[in-house]
Design a protein around this ligand. Sequence first.
Ligand code: FEO
Length: 162
Amino acid sequence: MKISDAMVAAINDQIKAEFDSAYIYLAMSAYFEDAGLEGMAHWMKKQYKEEVEHAEKFIDYLYERGARVIIPEIAKPKESYADALEVFKTAYAHEQYVTSRIYKLVDLASGEKDYATLSMLKWYVDEQMEEEDNTGGIVSKLEFLGSDKHGTYIVDRELAAR
Ligand code: FEO
């Protein structure tokens, strides 16, 4: 079954969203490096790489379906934040937004009875659950320990292990 033009366009749009996400996290990593929070910088750099992988997975899927991939322009990310808590709150909200985008892709694929795309998207549905859990978990930890220097320092040490 040929993949529909609407599905190809929606996946190309998501490829852009994944690259935008990568850039957002790379900018967060740069912010943390500058603030001397190396564990958090390391965590965000890894997140950046994961997002590039998410984009590549969609790209490879379109290739597999014989569809045209459009390499997108990437939006300039925000550069500065008040503190680590604001960064992770932003990351958590961003992941919730990405989840809503993935669900819309699922809705589109369901409506079109595009079972191949649905099967591919299952990986992203599971991945989003994990991404929300990870970022939301760090927000809770910072809130619990306090986002002052002491709490931030403890979480920074922990995130160095990712
Ligand atoms: Fe690719 Fe973090 O969503």
